[in-house]
Design a protein around this ligand. Structure first.
Ligand SMILES: Cc1cc2nc3c(=O)[nH]c(=O)nc-3n(C[C@H](O)[C@H](O)[C@H](O)COP(=O)(O)O)c2cc1C
Length: 211
């Protein structure tokens, strides 16, 4: 085999390995300083058009920063970027669906836990354009702590948390120049099955992400 072909094959193997590990394990540290100012991010916050959604993949650093903004620790071991009733740990979970599979964002260790190797991007949105997003966040009520509340608080508190999470995603995405869109129209049963959700879990919304 000539040297050029060997070099190309070696480069392909490196790219494949990088591509496989970038999303499935540890996230790089999130950006927590610098960048666009908050007020400029407020000015830029907007939904990217559903029908012409940007299809470029996010860098691992960008996904890491958006997940941290969504519900990461920001003050030691008990303080998060989003407010939770009674100061409980986040009782909404953030799943990530992309080509390599489905992952759960673990805020304690700031990394991704693999849930499935399936690409479910085409199966979660009720609108056909949703699958165009290379990365889709699935926000689910049902993290630890939620069972402490009776209805209607249980539902209302989870919805408030999802609102805070999704607005943080909008602002972080604006600051990073990443496109995003809140999606309520979901295939709830499909999501339940593929994520292996329990009866107490409730999918609330999707956030499309792409550049
Ligand atoms: C509760 C809620 C539900 C939404 N559901 C959908 C949806 O199912 N499909 C969709 O394309 N956009 C959905 N959106 C996005 C809105 O259409 C979008 O935020 C709105 O047009 C305002 O645009 P802006 O976010 O750029 O200000 C939803 C937004 C919210 C807040």
């Amino acid at each position: 085999m000539c040297r050029v072909v060997r070099s190309v094959l070696a480069a392909l193997v490196v790219l494949l390995v990088l591509g496989m590990t970038a999303w499935g394990g540890e996230l790089p540290p999130p950006q927590t300083e610098g960048g666009m100012g908050l007020f400029e991010a407020f000015r830029k916050r907007a939904s990217a058009p559903g029908g012409d959604f940007p299809t470029g993949k996010l860098e691992p650093e960008e996904l890491s920063t958006i997940l941290w903004a969504a519900s990461g620790l920001n003050r030691g071991e008990k303080g998060w970027t989003v407010p939770m009733a009674r100061g409980l740990a986040p009782y909404c979970k953030v799943y990530v669906a992309e080509d390599a599979g489905v992952f759960l964002y673990e805020w304690r260790s700031h990394d991704l836990k693999e849930i499935s190797k399936e690409n479910i991007r085409a199966r979660v949105g009720a609108q056909s354009f949703v699958k165009a997003a290379p990365c889709i966040l699935i926000i689910v009520a049902g993290g630890e702590g939620l069972t402490e509340f009776e209805e209607p608080d249980r539902t209302e508190f989870a919805n408030v948390a999802a609102g805070a999470i999704t607005q943080d995603v909008y602002l972080a995405a604006a600051a990073l120049g990443v496109g995003t869109r809140y999606i309520h129209s979901m295939k709830v049963e499909e999501i339940r099955n593929v994520l292996g959700l329990t009866d107490g879990d409730r999918p609330i919304c999707l956030m499309m992400l792409g550049k």
